[in-house]
Design a protein. Structure first.
Length: 82
């Protein structure tokens, strides 16, 4: 079993109230709700940063193809109109 680490954060009173209400409604501890929220936040942001790093790496390769923003926008507008 993993040993839990302790972190102290300051939140707005309204955030604390919402946290307490959600914990009560789900019959979970505030620590559980915070851990779940933090894990989801980290998953999404790590995925996004990884995607950005991969795209930048691809863009830096010789022969990378770039498409003008206006060209992409025009294609999407046409597709939406059809």
């Amino acid at each position: 079993m993993l040993k839990a680490a302790s972190v102290t954060v300051r939140v707005k009173p309204s955030t604390k109230t919402r946290l307490e209400a959600l914990a009560d409604a789900t019959k979970r501890s505030k620590s559980y709700v915070i851990e779940e929220a933090l894990e989801q936040y980290l998953d999404v942001n790590e995925w996004q940063i990884e995607g950005i790093a991969k795209a930048l790496s691809e863009a830096d390769k010789p022969g990378a193809v770039f498409v003008d923003h206006d060209e992409v926008l025009a294609k999407w507008e046409k597709k939406l109109a059809d």
